[in-house]
Design a protein around this ligand. Structure first.
Ligand code: HEC
Length: 154
């Protein structure tokens, strides 16, 4: 007789397999990446919006800077080979990402450093330090997009 425990284990194994297959599907990897970039963009905008206010809320800046720091550190893992615009038409990830991996890693590293500096600035609570951390951050987004992200809307 099959015990409930065995059934539960079998169900778990099946769901893990399904999960693994799902995770390897290029379209879903690209979709998850898109969600991650939306979060990344949202936390960057969250900081910018706050700084435009007459009395910026430091707590909001801190939360967004922490999220930005965490996401930026993860960015290189969002790009497994075979998930670019050549495979997933909806994606804006140019094939050059995988042709110039060192350059891509450098741009990702520049963002991670800039995001970490912003996180530290936010923790310091000094608005001038926070404002001072902005240009490197914006520059890091722009530099990578120029080389590695498709501009056309498709
Ligand atoms: C190391 C390279 C790199 C860096 C650094 C980078 N991005 Fe991106 N970004 C990309 C690529 C590549 C895509 C396209 C991903 C796709 O469509 O699959 C993208 C897509 C996006 C998108 C989705 C836009 C759309 O039209 O789908 C947003 C928003 C975004 N990035 C914001 C940012 C912000 C804000 C920063 C800086 C805080 C940043 N990115 C830094 C490479 C980068």
């Amino acid at each position: 007789m099959i015990s409930l425990k065995t059934l539960a284990a079998a169900a778990l194994a099946a769901s893990l397999c399904a999960g693994a297959a799902y995770a390897q599907d290029p379209a879903s990897i690209a979709a998850t990446r898109h969600e991650n970039f939306k979060k990344l963009g949202g936390s960057f905008k969250g900081i910018l919006d706050e700084l435009k206010k007459p009395a910026p809320d430091l707590a909001v800046i801190k939360t967004n800077a922490k999220a930005l720091d965490t996401l930026a550190a993860q960015l290189p893992t969002w790009f497994p080979a075979g998930t670019g615009a050549d495979v997933v038409p909806k994606s804006h990830a140019l094939p050059v990402i995988w042709q110039k991996p060192d350059e891509f890693k450098k741009d990702a590293g520049d963002l991670a450093s800039a995001a970490h500096a912003m996180d530290l600035a936010a923790m310091s609570g000094n608005m001038d330090t926070i404002r001072g951390a902005l240009p490197a951050l914006g520059g890091a987004c722009k530099a990578c997009h120029q080389t590695f992200k498709a501009k056309d809307e498709h």
